[in-house]
Write a protein that binds this ligand. Sequence first.
Ligand SMILES: Nc1ncnc2c1ncn2[C@@H]1O[C@H](COP(=O)(O)OP(=O)(O)OP(=O)(O)O)[C@@H](O)[C@H]1O
Ligand SMILES: [Mg+2]
Length: 350
Amino acid sequence: MFNFTNFFSKIKIPFFTNFEVYFDFGTTETKIAIKDKGIILRETTIIAKNNRTNEYIFFGKEASEIIGKNPEFIKIIKPINHGVIVDFDSQVSLIKRYLEQSVYIYFNNQIIKPALTGISVIPYIATEIEQKALKEALYKNGINKVFLIEKALATASGCGINIFSHKPSLIVDIGGGLIEIAIVGSGGIIAQKTLKNAGESMNKTIFNYIYLKYGVILGELTCEQLKKNLLNFNNEEKIITVKGKSLESGLPKSIKVKSSEIKEALINNFNQIIDNIKELLEISPPEIIDEINNQGIYLTGGMSKISGLGDFFKNQLKIDIIQEDINQYATIRGIISLSKNKDKLAKIII
Ligand SMILES: Nc1ncnc2c1ncn2[C@@H]1O[C@H](COP(=O)(O)OP(=O)(O)OP(=O)(O)O)[C@@H](O)[C@H]1O
Ligand SMILES: [Mg+2]
């Protein structure tokens, strides 16, 4: 029978000769890179819209700074949720601004810009419609050609794994919107599990915990700070005083929050990740388990920066944990490295 994959993989690809831009539209953070220069943008995936004028007015850090302080007519939008576009127009505007802020600077804002080729990652669980939406958002921004690759493959490559080797590797990417647990090898994803209760959802869990325990309503950014500054798996007890709004009086109220409380609030989330890794290993053939046991598990993503998390996973799973210091940038670095070999890249384009 005619083998399409084989056929296409043999074609030399003239379309990659354009100026290449690499995208990782993370739920929390957008990362953009270009060939030879590396990562040129790291910005929060948030945008603020003036509902009266229908204009997008704040982007990234500036938009996140007004969360909870915005007047009613300014709407704060997170256009990516769980790794996929949930607000198309906002995402188009966000891409436009971030291209101007990063890529176009390299053309000295010249009027005629070179044709751009975009290579972006997309989560394994994204539907065909979600894939098309991402492509469309890039086309609308003047990207002539768009290629998508599976996020887990790029992340694995960014961790230094040769994804084309026949040796399977297990990676766990704990990001803002998704936890991707994937066994990769032979140029593809062999098995995977995706969980949605990642970093952003954990902020909400902290919100609920404090609300129920102290009757205090915390802002979203405060919950994020508690997670980043208190949570650790070293039994280190830190205390932070935060201000919220008392449910009883409606007035501002300060409370002291301890590391152990944040851990108590979130421990189920981490136990669930461990259970899912175990399940993935249980359904895998013995050859794969053996290789992974010898090699170790790669832990990455912004949330993997939590102190002591690697040792916690190691103790629970009895398998070594490999952590690179690049954490949050493994995915975008993976796109850069995969794009160096166009013949191999062509084999993993979706
Ligand atoms: N030092 C830290 N300690 C704990 N959590 C952190 C730290 N730094 C970042 N994070 C968390 O990591 C998450 C962002 O990670 P990352 O950039 O990998 O996600 P993303 O790529 O935007 O999302 P996704 O890939 O899931 O769509 C956020 O929830 C953030 O709070
Ligand atoms: Mg990510």
